[in-house]
Design a protein around this ligand. Structure first.
Ligand code: SN0
Length: 314
């Protein structure tokens, strides 16, 4: 594995899941592995779990970490090639990424989409520029289109908690007040498709995710029908891919106890942050079927599996 920006970067996904499980059993077994190595974490957007869990994972491997929040903390970056830089951006990605690469052995990048122009977002210019100019392995901390550290965590959580070999996993869209990226949904679909699960995606019409990631997954527009018999429900809002960036106002798609009753006593999952009583009701989040805190805890071991594999391969 050279980078970790998509499932496609991973040659042995099952091996990576096993490695994460092994780090979970014994987090400090490889304290010497990353000695003298530096991980740079570059945030173009807010982060709580990704930031803390990746730092903790690096510490469990004996690595050093440098965190940079762009915006007020550093110069705003230009990504267009050949441009006359007489507007707002003070530094070109060519120099910035090359300098960061000279300080760090690995670079983690968080960059959300603008949700204004689909082609621009789906080109992943920032991530590609870091790969090109930093010349060091790049880890996605959630890019415009994917969030692989989250998905690896999600698969680890399902593997830990499954009560049968082929659980029914339902990814359901839920309401939100803001336009959110498709990254978590795209990435979840990409990873769950690689697992031997019974997978269904439920979303309102006009909110289908890109088939580049959903492939042959069953897509249903009737949420109640989709939830029937589910062993895991993964709840997430995303803005429209078709009508790019549009917010959906389907308030009756919120997950509550009545919806949970349709399932096979399903476990509830969400990547967090979650807006209570907009996306999921209080009593459902506070119910013992909710795995959201355990899931967030698993972020450490997913990140640790990625870092230890990169340390071994590079
Ligand atoms: C991000 C998303 O991709 O949906 C990060 C999830 C890990 N979520 C948000 O930006 C939520 C923001 C809000 O105001 O609720």
């Amino acid at each position: 594995m050279k980078n970790f920006t998509s499932l496609e970067d991973v040659s042995d996904p099952l091996g990576l899941i096993k490695k994460a499980a092994s780090h979970k059993r014994n987090p400090l077994a490889d304290l010497e592995l990353g000695k003298g190595k530096t991980l740079g974490l570059i945030f173009f957007n807010p982060s709580l779990r990704t930031r803390m869990s990746t730092i903790k994972a690096a510490q469990n491997l004996g690595m050093n970490v440098i965190t940079l929040n762009t915006g007020n903390d550093s110069w705003s970056l230009e990504t267009v090639e050949g441009v006359v830089m007489d507007q707002g951006n003070a530094e070109h990605i060519k120099e910035a990424a090359a300098v960061m690469g000279s300080y760090c052995d690995f670079l983690g990048i968080r960059s959300f989409p603008s949700l204004e122009d689909r082609d621009t977002d789906y080109q992943e210019t920032l991530l590609k520029s870091f790969k090109k100019y930093a010349n060091k392995p790049v880890i996605s901390l959630e890019s415009a289109t994917l969030h692989p550290l989250q998905s690896l965590t999600d698969v680890l959580t399902i593997e830990d908690r499954k009560r049968k070999e082929r659980p029914k996993v339902v990814l359901t869209w839920a309401p939100h007040i803001k336009a959110l990226p498709q990254a978590v949904g795209n990435s979840f679909a990409q990873w769950i498709n690689a697992m031997p699960y019974d997978f269904t995606i439920a979303n309102p019409e006009g909110f289908d995710l890109s088939t580049e990631y959903t492939k042959n997954a069953k897509v249903m527009h009737d949420q109640n029908e989709a939830l029937k018999g589910a062993d895991f429900i993964y709840v997430k809002n995303w803005s429209s891919y078709e009508n790019y960036g549009k917010v959906g106002k389907f308030h009756d798609w919120m997950i509550d106890q009545n919806k949970m009753k349709l399932t096979n006593q399903a476990y509830l999952m969400h990547c967090l942050p979650v807006r209570r009583n907009v996306v999921i009701s209080d009593d459902t989040l506070d119910n013992e079927q909710s795995l959201v805190i355990e899931q967030a805890g698993n972020r450490v071991y997913a990140a640790q599996a990625v870092l230890s594999t990169l340390l071994e391969n590079n």
